[in-house]
Design a protein around this ligand. Structure first.
Ligand SMILES: *Cc1c(COP(=O)(O)O)cnc(C)c1O
Ligand SMILES: [Zn+2]
Length: 423
């Protein structure tokens, strides 16, 4: 890992060595989230766009020199398992949706097609590698569902014990996914924020490796790989805007970090505008951004939304999330639950991507930004579809009309078809 120079506090700039159990700044405690700092000239000796063009590793591991893991160990552990299939999700052109919105170019990055069906596999893969390198016996995380499913699935692939804290109210399919993968699951009778606090305490009490978002600085490093992929899949032509659903803010912070790396190495020439989309009932970052508050001035709100993956009362990665939007000249946008649910079939019918509510929220945010005149007609736009619609069947069912029932007779079908045609 000679490419990492160290860790730096996002609040005070204090620097630390990148050791196994260093998570946050000593001076700032849980709030002092760290950045991982790289030696870009060392990295550039190992990787370049030209060399990537010949690389047949179609996963996040194609960017190994830019990742905080031991390359040999990572390759060995991933080989032949679902770990080797994390990342390099398709970037799909969506011309019909673009036309509906009056945009020239629109792509949807489909991270529902990760091994456990959400974007979180990118971060959990890094957590697993780092825990293995430091020989931790157990890994733990708190989660609204997907981060846990990602950790559970990837751990199952290599027989790694793990303990998961999820709010009791998480969608049933997500909880089932954890149990099926054989994780030790603790359903917390409280919110995600309660589950998070409990998990932090348990990790330090029992010496478990802590995967928590907005706490473990390496999660940003897993999530940044989507930024590399977007740019590489577009032949290094940077899109103008990327729409990203935001709960804790780790994904948007990760995309920002990834773009920052590419800029630092001179692989791209400008930072795309990062558009953070939150649900109206869980919009702590939109509020802070509109009111010009910094992360330390934010207070926990009572969050609720149909999009459980972006339900966060006090976003854990708020420092990086606000920085991402401010530095990139982007914006935060709020969308209602109704708009989120409506976006599920719109996105699915417009480009064939079936998204869970949080992922559909990114598209709802794009619709809103277009309505508000925030986007120029010649801009190139990417929407991050962060999770599969199969993750939350109940929400999907709410988003559509019930189908009609027919008797098993052709005449019935004829009658029905006529009816629909005259609708
Ligand atoms: C976790 C998650 C998000 C939000 O990511 P944050 O890093 O918490 O902002 C969005 N969509 C899906 C599907 C997720 O699982
Ligand atoms: Zn600090």
């Amino acid at each position: 890992m000679n490419q990492i120079l160290g860790l730096r506090c996002t609040l005070c700039g204090a620097e630390y060595e990148a050791g196994g159990t260093r998570y946050v700044c000593s001076r700032h405690g849980d709030e002092g989230v760290l950045d991982v700092v790289y030696d870009y000239s060392a990295i550039q000796r190992q990787i370049s766009p030209a060399r990537l063009a010949d690389n047949r590793e179609h996963s996040i591991w194609r960017y190994l020199p830019l990742l905080p893991v031991d390359a040999t160990e990572a390759r060995r552990l991933a080989e032949g398992t679902i770990l080797s299939t994390v990342g390099w999700t398709p970037l799909l052109a969506a011309p019909r949706l673009a036309a509906q919105l009056g945009l020239k170019q629109l792509w949807v990055k489909d991270d529902g097609r990760q091994p456990t069906a959400s974007f979180k596999d990118r971060a959990s893969a890094i957590a697993l590698m780092r825990a293995r390198e430091s020989e931790f016996k157990t890994i733990t995380t708190a989660s609204t569902g997907n981060a846990a499913a990602a950790l559970a699935g990837l751990c199952a692939a290599v027989g790694q014990p793990n303990v998961i804290f999820v709010p009791r109210t998480a969608p049933q399919v997500k909880i089932a996914q954890l149990l099926v993968f054989g994780s030790e699951v603790l359903l917390v009778d409280g919110t995600y924020d309660d589950a998070f606090e409990l998990c932090l305490q348990a990790a330090s009490e029992f010496g478990w490796y802590n995967r928590n978002t907005g706490y473990n600085p390496y999660m940003t490093e897993g999530k940044k790989t989507a930024a590399y992929e977007i740019c590489e899949q577009l032949d290094w032509r940077v899109p103008h805007r990327i729409f990203i659903p935001v709960g804790d803010g780790c994904i948007i912070g990760g995309i920002h970090k990834g773009m920052h790396d590419l800029l630092a190495m001179g692989w791209i020439e400008r930072m795309p505008k990062l558009m953070g989309v939150q649900a109206e009932g869980s919009a702590a970052l939109v509020d802070a951004w509109e009111r010009g508050l910094d992360a330390m001035q934010m207070r926990s709100i009572d969050a609720h939304t149909v999009a459980d993956s972006i339900c966060a009362g006090l976003p854990r990665d708020r420092i990086k999330a606000l920085r991402a939007v401010r530095d990139s000249g982007g914006a935060f946008i709020r969308v209602s639950d109704k708009e989120i649910v409506a976006a599920i079939p719109t996105l699915a019918r417009g480009c064939g991507v079936f998204a869970e509510p949080a992922a559909a929220a990114a598209y709802a945010g794009l619709v809103k930004a277009v309505e508000q005149g925030l986007i120029g007609a010649d801009e190139h736009v990417v929407v991050l579809a962060t999770g599969s619609g199969l993750k939350d069947a109940a929400a999907a069912i709410k988003s559509v009309r019930q189908p009609s029932v027919v008797a098993p007779e052709l005449s019935e079908v004829r009658r029905k078809i006529k009816e629909t045609a005259s609708d």
